[in-house]
Design a protein around this ligand. Structure first.
Ligand code: HAM
Length: 427
């Protein structure tokens, strides 16, 4: 017999974990709608070209992490490794530039990357992401960061910090990349093999290298903010001023400029940011994003600015689960019907059908077990009430309704759907 397991880097979310997920997803939807973002859903797979051009040929994602397949029609398709490219494709395809700009959208979906699995890093993972497309102003940058911060706070995750940087645009970045290459060429013997390979193709990525020998070299590397053109500089100065203003509302907003923050996707321009948890280590970034003013044009639309972020719900849920005071909403049934004898079992089954149709959550305890075993079952399911039916109850037409969550004693209840529903609802 083969013994199957979930594929490496994937996981099951069992019923017991669902309250944490529902809380995170409900909070995401609430925060997004408070900021005026409407939900968008895009396909799980898209043309491979979209990601090659959108995310960028030189990125790790496109080079080695995509789940790409040829479909039966001979077209190359890819399971989405991220959400921004698909949302931008939808913006162009549906002419959303005709709506008031920016168009604000959010999504909660699964994404796929063939990565080396480790704590907080999966091959199928879940993101809550937002995109504001059609407005290039710094006000939108800070609105999006405020949204991300509010989301993390609404999940009661404390001690997080916001890292920001500006990596310029197509006008000023080439000079910066030249300076970076020159700098790293001077340190070519001290950097790791990976960085040596990436130096010509993707010099920004060297700043992000986690190896200790490369980190200290990165610390003294040229800073992108020293190379910004006038337009990027003005944008950056206003982003920082607006962020400072956010502290009025969020005195605990711990933001700082990190010159080594570059992000792993090629579409970013100007502002980039990430939110890290307290004691950040390894794969722990809670949320990352930035501006992508060239992306829509890159994939065939009119030049249109955009900005957004995505947060790894898997990581956020892990934080929520570690909170001792998280109050799991009651998920047990309202009533378990405990029945002794075949006639009581039949009556119980028909009452259960009637109660469920009336909106009450009911289970019938497994047949053929003792009363004690059926009561144990009701308690284990966290039910609010056990409704006990035996021969005597059938004869008198009155069952016993026993509260399981509080100490009050059991009470008689007429064996009809309306009376039981009323008693359970406390009406
Ligand atoms: P990203 O930095 O690749 O950006 O991913 C954003 C977040 O998704 C990460 O900070 C992390 O929380 C989570 N994440 C990424 N990969 C994994 C993984 N393998 N396992 C678990 N969690 C993961 C993007 O995806 C951009 N589309 C964000 C964006 C939206 N930028 C602009 N708009």
């Amino acid at each position: 017999m083969p013994s199957f397991r979930a594929p490496r880097g994937t996981y099951d979310i069992l019923p017991g974990d669902q309250p944490y997920w529902s809380f995170a997803m409900r909070t995401a939807a609430e925060v997004a709608s408070r900021f005026g973002y409407g939900r968008i859903d895009t396909p799980v797979f898209e043309a491979t070209d979209l990601f090659e051009r959108g995310v960028g040929d030189a990125t790790d994602i496109v080079q080695k992490e995509m789940y790409t397949f040829e479909d039966h029609g001979g077209d190359s398709m890819t399971l989405r490794p991220e959400g921004t490219a698909g949302v931008c494709r939808a913006y162009i395809e549906h002419g959303l530039h005709n709506q008031p700009q920016p168009v604000r959208m959010y999504y909660q979906a699964n994404f796929f990357r063939y990565e080396r699995p480790q704590a907080g890093r999966f091959r199928q993972f879940s993101q809550f992401g937002v995109e504001a497309i059609g407005d290039g102003s710094p006000y939108v940058d800070v609105e999006v960061m405020e949204l991300g911060w509010s989301f993390v706070r609404a999940l009661n995750i404390s001690g997080a910090s916001l890292r920001v940087n500006s990596i310029g645009d197509s006008e000023c970045r080439p000079a910066y990349l030249d300076a970076l290459r020159d700098y790293y060429r001077d340190h070519i013997d001290d950097i790791c093999d990976d960085d040596r390979r990436r130096l010509e193709r993707a010099p920004l990525r060297l700043l992000d290298c986690k190896k200790s020998q490369c980190q200290s070299i990165g610390d003294t590397a040229p800073k992108s903010t020293d190379y910004l053109c006038n337009a990027c500089k003005a944008h950056w100065v206003l982003v920082l001023a607006l962020l400072e203003g956010l502290k009025e509302t969020y005195p605990d907003l711990d933001y700082y400029v990190d010159h080594r923050l570059v992000r792993g996707l090629d579409y970013y321009t100007r502002t980039v940011f990430e939110i890290e948890p307290e004691n950040a280590a390894g794969q722990s970034t809670l949320l990352g994003g930035g501006r992508y003013d060239g992306l829509i044009e890159e994939i065939g639309g009119q030049p249109t600015p955009g900005i957004g972020f995505a947060s790894g719900l898997d990581r956020l849920v892990a934080h929520v689960k570690s909170q001792e005071d998280f109050e799991s909403p009651e998920i047990g049934p309202d009533v378990v019907i405990v029945h002794l004898g075949e006639a009581a079992g039949r009556r119980g089954a028909s009452l259960a059908a009637g109660l469920r149709a009336a909106g009450v959550a009911v289970l019938v305890a497994p047949a053929g077990r003792s009363m004690r075993a059926q009561m144990r079952y009701s308690n284990a399911l966290n039910a609010r009430y056990a409704l006990i039916i035996g021969d005597r109850e059938l004869e008198s037409g009155e069952g016993s309704l026993r509260p399981l969550q509080e100490d009050s004693g059991q009470a008689g209840v007429s064996l009809d759907v309306e009376a039981i529903a009323r008693a359970v609802r406390g009406a």
